[in-house]
Ligand binder design. Structure first.
Ligand code: NAP
Length: 311
């Protein structure tokens, strides 16, 4: 069919974060007919990252917005096509992969999945009700609404600490509530947070409920060591309790681990021939822009080899 033909590519990449944009750059430079499908902004989680200090080549650091813009520009330079649509399902038709989106259906020989992760929900009463009314998962998006406020940040990883450090630009007072008495975050962020006079810590504590009227007014906190329950006044609750891979749409297609991360070999190949995974959505040790970029290059090169061998 003519319509199907125009929607047929050698390579389709799902997700336009650093892994997807790098895969696109490599695939289009290899002169492969390539489509990248992204449902939001190019850059992925980088777009909501204030400063990136650990991506080589930027000795003074770079904003997530700027790095996203630069990667997008470079990836598009070699002829990669892009569409802004949400992928709903991937199906196999022999060796061909059919990618069903909200708007259309696309076919390809090699598929590279770069869908990244999303923030995990805390799962307490009030969280859903007050999302956007004081509950947030993005400091760069919402921080400015909390000027001179008293807020809490939940979590003890890199996200909690980097977002908390960013939020101190706006808020009057910030308490990090962590379920243990030791942080998981990288040492440099721990040092910065400990040295920041606006940041206080509430150790061995979990948020049990988020309360308010039209907006957040407070949280109920339990000390896990003593069992003591206290109410804590706050105008905002920023929740950073880990990540979930965006791989639900792949159920039953490729092998994933118990948390949903895609299992790959060292060349980013999945359990299905011709389907590759790159970046934060795959099972791996370290999730950073630098490792996503490496994955994107490897996956595109492996896809090129797969296409050559299957001719
Ligand atoms: P993470 O490393 O998994 O940390 C999640 C934190 O939330 C942990 O401290 C965990 O406590 C806590 N937590 C989990 N479930 C909880 C619950 N139900 N109630 C209360 N606390 C809970 O997640 P992340 O901080 O989002 O980082 C994810 C990945 O992205 C990491 O690889 C990180 O290095 C990377 N990242 C890097 C940067 C950077 O380099 N600039 C910035 C952001 C993220 P426990 O410690 O007790 O498990």
């Amino acid at each position: 069919m003519e319509g199907e033909k125009s929607n047929t590519y050698e390579v389709i990449i799902i997700g336009g974060g650093p892994a997807g944009l790098t895969a696109g750059l490599y695939a289009s430079r290899a002169r492969l007919h390539t489509l990248l499908i992204e449902n939001a902004l190019f850059g992925g989680q980088m777009t909501t990252t204030e400063a990136i200090d650990n991506y080589p080549g930027f000795p003074e650091g770079v904003t997530g917005e700027e790095l996203s813009r630069l990667m997008e520009e470079q990836a598009k330079r070699f002829g990669m096509e892009t569409v802004n649509e949400e992928v709903l399902e991937v199906k196999l038709e022999g060796d061909t992969k059919r990618v069903q989106t909200s708007e259309s259906s696309y076919l390809c020989e090699a598929l590279i999945i770069c869908t990244g992760t999303e923030y995990r929900k805390l799962g307490v009463p009030g969280e859903t009700e007050f999302t956007g009314k004081g509950v947030s998962y993005c400091a760069t998006c919402d921080g400015a609404f909390f000027k001179d406020s008293r807020i809490i940040v939940v979590g003890g990883g890199d996200s909690a600490l980097t977002e908390a450090l960013f939020l101190t630009k706006f808020v009057k007072d910030l308490t990090i509530i962590h379920r243990r008495d030791a942080l998981r975050a990288t040492k440099i962020y721990q040092e910065k947070a400990m040295a920041n006079p606006k940041i206080k810590f509430l150790w061995n504590s979990v948020v049990q409920e988020i309360k308010g009227d039209t907006v957040v007014r407070g949280v109920v906190v339990k000390n896990v060591k003593t069992g003591e329950i206290t109410e804590f006044e706050t105008e905002g609750a920023f929740l950073f309790v880990g990540l979930l891979p965006r791989t639900q749409f792949l159920t039953g297609l490729v092998q994933r681990d118990e948390a949903g991360y895609i299992i790959t070999d060292e060349n980013c190949g999945t359990s299905v021939k011709g389907i590759f995974a790159a970046g934060d959505c795959r099972k791996k040790l370290l999730r950073q822009v630098a490792t996503s970029v490496g994955d994107g290059a490897t996956a595109a090169f492996a896809a090129e080899k797969y296409l050559e061998e299957s001719k």
